[in-house]
Design a protein around this ligand. Structure first.
Ligand code: ZN
Length: 115
């Protein structure tokens, strides 16, 4: 922890804003690795937080809502051939909830990730 702060000590941080951000992340149910919060606010690397993924139930709900059709290519797929995707990315305030889950076929999801 100390080494991290040392690494960034030449950067100016707004202590109050930082504290608020940390508090918000602590309360965010999607952040499954609370110990990674400090590293995240310093580095901006979302992987530190281990953001919660959609449960099977959420994914099934989204699949049924879409009638098994990929929202991008409009083709029907088997549930096992589709992947869950945040409609609004977590970094922009989208929570890991059924309402924010969409199903993409693996090809479309890969293309989206590659953007
Ligand atoms: Zn597709």
């Amino acid at each position: 922890m100390l080494s991290l702060f040392n690494r960034f000590n030449n950067k100016q941080f707004d202590a109050a804003a930082l504290e608020m951000q940390i508090k918000r992340l602590m309360e965010d149910e999607d952040v499954s690795n609370k110990r990674g919060i400090y590293e995240y606010v310093l580095t901006g690397d979302e992987r530190c937080l281990n953001i919660r993924t959609f449960s099977d139930k959420m994914k099934r709900e989204a699949y049924e809502r879409q009638n098994g059709v990929c929202v991008h290519c409009k083709k029907a797929f088997d549930i096992a051939k589709m992947e869950g995707d945040h409609l609004t990315p977590w970094s922009r305030g989208g929570a890991t909830l059924a309402e924010n889950c969409q199903r993409l076929c693996k090809d479309c999801n890969r293309k989206k990730a590659g953007k």
